[in-house]
Design a protein around this ligand. Structure first.
Ligand code: ATP
Ligand code: MG
Length: 775
């Protein structure tokens, strides 16, 4: 048997070796589903299956890249290169490009990101003179998105009285008209939005049987990770493509289905066995990721859900620490608790910042955490906020580039037609839009032929419009020979963008310039990388394709050492040694908007299950008694999810306010007493029962809470800290062995020693944390 297969247990081996026929692996978190997919692909290739015939769909491009890299180490990079692997969106965008003409699209169609869609919808609402408080563009967008993901085209919409009625009831009777206009405008702009990438793929596969046959024959083997979160549109694509050979392998965990709000359909996984004949079902039960405490706690919580497939998850890993539950007074305190315990834990265990993740329910919660991390100089990175490519200055540059490739791209054009300012006002732009709609031409075409149109502008403006057209056309010429880096460098310089950003000299201006520089560097890397991994030239078109579907998770090169901050939704499939789940309060998590029905609440609970099962070694659950929300300080109660965890897996840590006002710890945990040497355990656990906290004091109590008793005192290091260590001392460290002190620096609590260890070389350690003994 191939050597790499020995890295799988028996239960994992079975689905790995099963190549033919429909199959599903249903298994809990951390049981190796993704690993099975990875090794299975390697195994298929080792059996002679052509990588061109394998299609593997993942939830993020990052996951696809990691899989590919892993496979490359087994079967060789040149073979792995040819695998079709990526998210639904990226794989089918690629296919749509080569088949675009069939749908009446240019092959260089633009991919509108959410921001572009929002702007277009807002502009349509305005053009139609609708009330923007009733027709909120974000709501309209998500409505359109849900039609598309359910394959409800404009035509289907107008044929469906129920939909029309639903929108009318929601005081939006013009929804259908907006939808229609939006679709037409996208089409005219040669643009597809994210949902179109799936919708149009479905259209392609249903309308053109020969195209379907072509891709069925190409993708003889299909694999899907995170199958529980596929939506209807994705489901139909997979179903159609796998229909001929039925070599379809999906893996997933119904307990981790968390995207229903975006149209994911948990029934896809529950019904898989009905969709194909002779489905082989595999289960994995051993979790390799987490400690016993975490696995058991997660089991105890998911048990509360009624809708679920029965599953067993166990682990042979260590028992581990109990899950720490911490109560804070405010969200600010919560942030400080997170920051200070990250600091301590990292120091004590010689960890990396990247060993920690802070997960929250909503993006807004990151601010308090960020503030606290910054105060402690702990590097962090927020994922899932505005991605790099959506920042203003970057989008400005990209809009020029998009327009070069596709002059019909309306959103790109509107963005830069007067940026940097070149004297083309909004009134002129509005006239252009009206005229373009009237002639059914693109704005660029109208500008190009301005003299022949009905657009009334003065001579000066006319010249300005023509100059702009000439500028873009000159870039188009350059694009025929230059790679994306050369082109972008030229564009930023000659369009006046650099000058514009350079001019204001404010810190923001400087940051913008740095970002542009970063973009150019990224392009350089892209050009180099593209030649290496994909045998292509690194053209503008390729770059834009990459960027359009990039999330900032993808931008992570994996080499950076920072604490990761992200929403739980984004954390799916990932793992971290230390995980904080913050804001565990009723109405926040579970979210107030998701408590109306049992199924909504069950989805929140699954979300909590996903969060908890990201942790390998230690999980922290935190909540605050009051928190700023919508600009107001709001009292909150601990989340029912804390209560639902079997108590035996929890360690209720001393609430921070009590700790801070404990005279024995008066200098706070960063004073001269090392926190972990004195640990307090409440004699009685602070009550977590719902409603009870309302009675709890929300003000500081300047007395020592009576229910606190010291449980442990020192671990014998205090002496060393007091007894001035000197250069030349030989010391012993539990992990690095013996070493010689080379240098001492800092004062008081910050004294550090540079020590040359037998194992591990020279290290700088903070004495108050380093477990050292003089020998
Ligand atoms: P999730 O449901 O969160 O997506 P998963 O089922 O996909 O989890 P993996 O991510 O594949 O699980 O595996 C979890 C962790 O366990 C990974 O770090 C993986 O490398 C490790 N692992 C899986 N199987 C084994 C094994 N047989 N031996 C050692 N480590 C394993
Ligand atoms: Mg996985």
């Amino acid at each position: 048997m191939e050597k790499y297969l020995s890295q799988l247990n028996e239960a994992q081996l079975e689905p790995t070796l099963q190549i033919e026929g429909p199959m599903i692996v249903i298994a809990g978190a951390g049981s190796g589903k993704t690993r099975v997919l990875t090794y299975r692909i390697a195994y298929m290739m080792s059996k002679g299956i052509d990588p061109f015939n394998i299609l593997s769909l993942t939830f993020t491009n990052k996951a696809a890249r990691e899989m590919k890299e892993r496979i490359a180490t087994i079967v060789g990079a040149s073979e792995a290169k040819n695998l079709w692997m990526g998210t639904f969106h990226s794989v089918f965008a690629r296919i749509l490009r080569s088949e675009a003409d069939k749908l009446g699209y240019p092959s260089n169609f633009t991919i509108y990101d959410t921001q572009d869609s929002d702007r277009l919808i807002a502009s349509i609402i305005k053009e139609m003179n609708l009330d923007k408080d009733i027709y909120k563009y974000k709501q309209v967008r998500s409505r359109i998105s849900s039609y598309k993901n359910s394959l409800i085209t404009v035509r289907a919409y107008f044929q469906n009285p129920e939909l029309i009625e639903a929108d009318t009831m929601a005081r939006r009777p013009r929804m259908g008209d907006i939808y229609k206009e939006y679709v037409e405008r996208c089409f005219k702009a040669g643009a597809m939005d994210f949902d179109d990438l799936l919708l149009k793929t479905n259209e392609l596969l249903t309308r053109f049987p020969e195209v379907l046959a072509k891709y069925q024959n190409r993708f003889k083997y299909i694999l899907v990770d995170e199958y529980q979160d596929t939506n209807h549109s994705q489901y139909l694509i997979v179903r159609a493509l796998s229909d001929k050979f039925q070599n379809i392998c999906v893996v997933g965990d119904d307990a981790q289905s968390i995207y229903a709000f975006r149209g994911a359909n948990i029934n896809n996984i529950l019904n898989f066995q009905k969709d194909y004949d002779d489905v082989k079902v595999f289960r994995l039960e051993q979790n390799y990721r987490s400690t016993k405490n975490i696995v058991n706690a997660a089991n105890s919580i998911i048990d509360k859900n009624q809708t679920k497939l029965d599953k067993i998850v166990w682990t042979a890993n260590d028992e581990g620490e109990k899950i720490k539950v911490n109560r804070s007074l405010t969200d600010g305190d919560e942030g400080r608790y997170v920051a200070s315990t990250i600091f301590e834990t990292k120091m004590q265990n010689q960890l990396m910042h990247s060993d920690f993740a802070v997960l929250y329910r909503t993006n807004a919660q990151s601010r308090a955490i960020e503030d606290a991390l910054r105060k402690r100089d702990i590097p962090y990175r927020i994922y899932g906020g505005l991605s790099f490519y959506q920042r203003k200055e970057i989008k400005d540059v990209l809009s020029y580039l998009r327009l070069i490739i596709n002059p019909a791209d309306e959103e790109a054009l509107k963005r830069i037609i007067n940026f940097p300012p070149r004297g083309i006002g909004q009134t002129t732009v509005d006239k252009l839009i009206v005229s373009a709609n009237g002639y059914n031409k693109t704005i660029f075409e109208v500008m190009k032929n301005i003299e022949k149109t009905d657009v009334k502008v003065n001579r000066g403006t006319q010249t300005k419009l023509q100059d702009f057209v000439t500028l873009i056309e000159s870039y188009q010429v350059l694009n025929q020979t230059a790679d994306v880096f050369e082109l972008a460098e030229h564009v930023t310089r000659t369009s006046g963008l650099i000058k514009e950003f350079n001019k204001d000299g404010t810190p923001e201006g400087v940051t913008r310039m740095e970002n542009i520089e970063e973009l150019l560097n990224g392009m350089k890397d892209f050009v180099e990388g593209q030649k290496e991994i994909a045998d292509t030239t690194g053209s503008l078109a390729e770059f834009l394709e990459d960027v359009a579907l990039a999330t900032d998770l993808d931008a992570d090169k994996g080499d950076s050492n920072h604490v990761a901050l992200m929403t739980i939704h984004l954390a799916k499939g990932l793992e971290f040694p230390y995980v904080y789940i913050v804001g565990l309060e009723e109405d926040l998590f579970p979210s107030a908007m998701s408590m109306n029905t049992r199924s909504e609440l069950e989805e929140e609970r699954r979300l909590f299950y996903v969060a908890l099962t990201r942790a390998e070694k230690q999980a922290y659950l935190t909540y605050a008694l009051s928190r700023y929300r919508w600009g107001k300080l709001i009292d909150s109660e601990p989340s029912r999810f804390i209560e639902e965890i079997d108590e035996q897996y929890l360690d209720i840590v001393t609430p921070t306010e009590e700790r801070r006002f404990n005279p024995m710890l008066s200098a706070d945990i960063f004073g001269d007493v090392e926190p972990n040497k004195i640990r307090y355990k409440p004699a009685k656990q602070p009550t977590l029962k719902k409603g009870a906290t309302k009675k709890e004091p929300t003000k500081f109590q300047a007395t020592t809470p009576k229910n606190l008793k010291p449980v442990a005192k020192t671990n014998g290091n205090t002496n060393l800290f007091d007894s001035k260590l000197v250069v030349g001392n030989v010391v012993k460290h539990i992990r690095f062995g013996t070493g010689e002190v080379l240098k001492i620096e800092g004062k008081g609590a910050d004294i550090k020693a540079e020590i040359d260890f037998q194992h591990g070389g020279v290290k700088k350690l903070l004495l108050r944390f380093a477990k050292l003994e003089v020998v």
